[in-house]
Write a protein that binds this ligand. Structure first.
Ligand SMILES: O=C(O)C(=O)C[C@]1(C(=O)O)C=C[C@@H](O)C=C1
Length: 307
């Protein structure tokens, strides 16, 4: 049975998302303490794939994931999941809200309940843990008084109880997850796909605008752009781009060819079906047929068949 890594321990949102991503086949889910460790296990071939969080509608991208996807050997996303995010406050039985002095969770989770904490646990110290479930495990071990956890966590930590449920500063918050593997056969195009790349461009006038123009000229819908520092050179950035379409689509292949010419580095991070299955709208001039006919026209001209 294939093994799939996730950000553990048991009871994280990532575990829940990874279960939904691997629902179609038998897989054994293996917890890792951090996203980079989970991705290292994929690179080494110790596990087949890893489920990782990439961005949240309230707190934005998950930097640990973005950075780990661009260092070391390439990995590609093959599936995407969206998970609604609300939290529980877990405590050891008998703990009253007024007695909570420390509250632990993943920094991304803490950021999503900042207002609730200020209003309901104003005196409590906030402690960061490697995941929401790691916070719950630490409360079970007596290290902290309370944890901000995923609703599934209480099933994994029977010595804890839910003091408050449904916590969220923003209703309908959503986190996006990817299932990533070593490069291999790509998922088939479905007509409702997303392509992710990471590009490094020169620090020159207009270079970012020109890069984006390569997408807009081909009618490609950009759904996310995000920059992360290159780290060892101050003021230089890598740009993470997500756009509608599959690398097998003519307009996407054409745009990627242009990006590869323009950028010092382009890392392909995958073409995979969008979680919401919303089809890409493709303008007439960027259709498969339009690309095929125009490429044929150039062939004919080159071969002297047309004047
Ligand atoms: O700690 C967890 O439960 C996670 O799965 C990580 C994570 C994240 O990185 O954003 C996932 C979903 C929530 O947004 C909060 C935390």
């Amino acid at each position: 049975m294939p093994q799939i890594a996730y950000l553990g321990p048991a009871g994280t949102f990532t575990e829940q998302a990874t279960r939904s991503l691997t629902g179609d086949f038998d897989a054994e889910l293996v917890p890792f303490e951090t996203v980079p460790l989970a991705l290292t296990a994929v690179r080494r071939g110790e596990v087949l794939a890893a489920g990782v969080p990439v961005e949240n509608s309230v707190e934005g991208s998950v930097p640990a994931t973005l950075d780990a996807l661009t260092t070391d050997e390439p990995l590609v996303a093959v599936q995407e999941a969206l998970l609604p995010v609300q939290f529980d406050l877990l405590v050891r039985p008998g703990t009253e809200q007024g007695a909570i002095r420390t509250v632990a969770s993943h920094p991304h989770a803490l950021a999503q309940v900042r207002d609730w904490l200020a209003a309901n646990l104003p005196g409590a110290e906030v402690r960061a843990t490697s995941s929401t479930a790691a916070g719950a495990a630490a409360v079970a071990a007596g290290e902290f008084d309370a944890a901000i956890s995923a609703p599934v966590a209480v099933e994994h930590y029977p010595s804890l109880e839910r003091l408050v449920g449904g916590i969220a500063d923003v209703r309908d918050a959503v986190t996006r997850f990817l299932l990533v593997r070593r490069p291999g056969k790509l998922p088939e195009p479905t007509g409702a796909d997303r392509t992710s790349v990471c590009a490094v461009i020169g620090d020159e006038v207009g270079s970012l605008a020109e890069l984006l123009a390569e997408l807009s000229l081909r009618g490609i819908n950009l759904s996310r752009i995000e920059s992360r520092p290159i780290k060892d050179r101050f003021g230089e950035y890598r740009f993470f781009l997500d756009f509608d379409g599959h690398v097998a689509d003519a307009r996407i292949g054409d745009a990627l060819t242009a990006l590869r010419r323009r950028c010092s580095t382009v890392r392909f991070l995958g073409s995979y079906p969008k979680a919401d299955r919303s089809p890409a709208s493709v303008r007439e001039t960027a259709s498969e047929q339009a690309f095929r006919l125009s490429a044929q026209w150039v062939e004919d001209v080159r071969a002297g068949r047309l004047a």
